[in-house]
Design a protein around this ligand. Structure first.
Ligand SMILES: Cc1cc2nc3c(=O)[nH]c(=O)nc-3n(C[C@H](O)[C@H](O)[C@H](O)COP(=O)(O)O)c2cc1C
Length: 407
């Protein structure tokens, strides 16, 4: 029997009637405290139990992408651990990697509450958080404490992605510089980075998906990568190419940059972003963020506000997003012949959902809403199902499933 599905979820979703954001913060606070103490004996034992309960390690699920080892293809999506407080402990829940943030250069409180809602009849969530976070410097400090980047000497270590957004107070014309500051601050603390230009909850943010503005951001960040790669020691001193200590290469190597797009873009707009990503040698695309669509929802009213769901601002995630996000993945894979890696996210609840996105063309997957609904056993359940499907298709490794629908 699944304790979460039978007892905890009913209690959290209806019994306690507590604000979802409040509960989220309690959960993050608990995990953050555990993560910070994970090297102390008693706490280390709890982390070990977590890992043993919720992980399914199998070499067929592992892959190396951008020089980073992913233990399995399922990651925690951005927005869950906004300040990077839990870090490596996400591996304890069976995730192959975790994307932290969105971090902005300036700390900001986000939109007025309430701003996070569950649409239970639709297996969905609606949020208009507005990038509430303590800023890039605070995230760097947190990640320093709770494990950043993949430590190859630890076999349980997971890859860490860092998702960057524009600060609300920064003008759109100055966006590239705002992203650059965060990128520089956090450069050594992430295995890969994401330019988030697709949240519907920061005014004007999605207009950064326009080619001119996006080109400026990509150019600025890749210049940081190039400069760091060429000349800098962690201390900031110039070094000669022969001065190639392990620390230096870890801290100065260029980092893979991806862009996260909205599901509401037209096909033409998606093609424009893809072309730019190729032009600026980005590592890949994350498809997709939440949607502003409210089509085909069973939920009519948001109980917490008493307003019709169509009147509530914010991004919708979960089951109603699944088909569109898979279509976007399929489109990008087809138009690029599978040459640009895609992280697929939107409406994953089951192994079938995960398989659908992989075979449509996603190299990696992420989940947010599904984890709230399905609980901590989700990753293990999905991994079990993926292994079954690999066997059923006569495949040896998860990489062979990527884009299978197109062959
Ligand atoms: C409450 C909430 C907050 C989110 N915050 C962020 C964020 O800060 N940055 C980001 O890139 N995506 C954010 N997302 C979007 C998710 O990362 C993901 O793209 C989206 O929820 C679709 O996945 P899902 O259907 O598994 O939830 C957020 C989603 C939710 C539900």
């Amino acid at each position: 029997m699944d304790l979460y599905l039978n007892f905890i979820r009913p209690l959290f979703f209806s019994g306690l009637n507590a604000d979802p954001e409040w509960m989220h913060n309690q959960f993050i606070g608990t995990l953050a405290a555990l993560s910070q103490r994970s090297r102390q004996p008693g706490f280390g034992w709890i982390c070990d139990r977590l890992y043993r309960s919720y992980n399914l390690d199998d070499p067929r699920l592992a892959q190396t992408l951008w020089g980073i080892r992913f233990r399995n293809p399922l990651g925690l999506a951005a927005g869950f651990d906004k300040n990077g407080e839990v870090g490596q402990l996400w591996g304890g829940f069976g995730f192959g990697y975790a994307e932290l943030g969105t971090a902005t250069w300036h700390a900001q409180t986000g939109n007025p509450k309430p701003r996070m809602f569950r649409l239970i009849d639709d297996a969905a969530s609606l949020n208009r958080m507005g990038f509430n976070n303590r800023g890039a410097a605070a995230m760097a400090h947190n990640l320093d404490q709770v494990g950043h980047t993949q430590d190859m000497t630890l076999d349980r270590a997971i890859a860490i992605g860092v998702n960057l957004g524009k600060s609300k107070i920064t003008e759109l014309d100055d966006a590239a510089d705002d992203y650059r500051r965060s990128f520089e601050q956090l450069h050594d603390f992430g295995d890969y980075f994401v330019v988030n230009v697709s949240s519907p909850n920061t005014p004007g943010l999605r207009s950064l998906q326009d080619p001119d503005r996006l080109a400026r951001i990509f150019d600025t960040l890749q210049t940081v990568n190039t400069t760091r790669n060429a000349t800098l020691k962690p201390s900031g001193q110039l070094v000669s190419p022969s001065d190639n200590t392990e620390t230096q290469s870890k801290c100065t190597q260029s980092k893979p940059i991806l862009v996260k797009i909205a599901p509401d873009l037209t096909w033409e707009a998606i093609d424009d972003v893809v072309k730019l990503a190729q032009q600026f040698e980005l590592a890949g695309i994350i498809a997709t963020n939440t949607t502003i669509s409210r089509d085909n929802l069973k939920t009519q009213m948001i109980a917490a506000t008493g307003n019709p769901v169509t009147d509530e601002a914010g991004g919708l995630a979960g089951a109603p997003l699944k088909a569109r996000s898979t279509d976007v993945i399929r489109h990008i894979y087809r138009t690029t012949n599978g040459t640009l890696p895609i992280i697929g996210v939107g409406g994953i609840f089951t192994a079938d959902d995960a398989w659908e996105k992989l075979t449509a063309g996603a190299s990696l997957l992420q989940v947010y809403t599904g984890w709230i609904y399905e609980g901590p056993n989700l990753a293990k359940r999905i991994m079990t199902g993926l292994l079954d499907r690999l066997e059923a298709h006569g495949l040896d490794r998860i990489e062979q499933a990527i884009g299978l629908d197109h062959r």
